[in-house]
Design a protein around this ligand. Structure first.
Ligand SMILES: [Zn+2]
Length: 239
């Protein structure tokens, strides 16, 4: 079978796009995401690219401007918290945003085939996967079934946190997000190469469940997250 690619005609039905398909710069993509998050937080989402016209327009090709490697937590729906729509975000989710071959392959597909300029690791406070790993580390009792694979993937972050003297759960979550950014770049030479060439950036953000706000905790290159973290107005390009 063939995966849907970026190519394809642009069909004629009326479009309601906000031109996110033209975003090719990492910093611009990050600014677009944070602008959407500010709309969501303020209670004034625009729900862009969610109507029937746009659905038809993107049927033959996709140009997502960001890959989201997020935790599977049900309160972390990317299109909602970033106020985006169809064709905007290429989303890969696992409990605790753990990475493995399928995750890496999915990220590489978006970056190389679809030309997506930004990869965002999306973690959150009170993450159950991190809490489960901490429980295992404290008790030595391994979980049943495949949940052990999730815990095993989080344990290196717990060891890093312990080495740094970080004990609170949300501090550990921040470290785990940063560790996931590092892991993506270490395990995917394809992604690392795209970042080196300036075609892509990787940013780790932490989401607060109650407030709905995302906060950058790691970025490669470091300056890519400098846009969009201020409390200034949304970028003019946001629809
Ligand atoms: Zn989680």
């Amino acid at each position: 079978m063939s995966l849907p690619g970026a190519s394809g005609g642009q069909p004629g039905p009326q479009r309601s796009t906000d031109q996110s398909s033209t975003i090719t710069e990492p910093a611009r993509a990050y600014a677009e995401l944070t602008a959407g998050n500010r709309r969501f937080v303020s209670g004034s989402p625009r729900h862009p690219n969610q109507d029937a016209g746009h659905r038809a327009a993107v049927a033959d090709g996709q140009h997502p401007f960001a890959v989201i490697v997020g935790c599977s937590d049900s309160r972390l729906a990317a299109e909602i918290i970033f106020d985006r729509g169809l064709g905007d975000l290429f989303v890969v989710r696992t409990a605790g945003h753990t990475t493995g071959p399928e995750v890496l392959g999915s990220v590489e597909y978006a970056v190389t085939v679809l030309g997506t300029p930004l990869v965002v690791v999306l973690g959150h406070d009170s993450c159950g996967a991190v809490q489960a790993a901490r429980e295992v580390a404290a008790t030595g009792v391994a979980p049943e079934g495949h949940l052990g694979a999730v815990v095993d993937a989080v344990l290196p972050s717990l060891r890093r946190a312990a080495a740094d003297g970080v004990e609170d759960i949300d501090g550990i979550v921040d470290i785990h997000i940063a560790q996931t950014v590092e892991a993506l770049l270490e395990q995917s030479s394809v992604l690392a190469d795209a970042v080196t060439r300036g075609r892509c950036a990787v940013v780790g953000v932490s989401y607060r469940l109650a407030a709905g706000v995302v906060r950058p905790v790691a970025a490669v290159p470091a300056d890519v997250a400098s846009l969009g973290v201020s409390d200034g107005p949304s970028t003019p390009a946001a629809a």
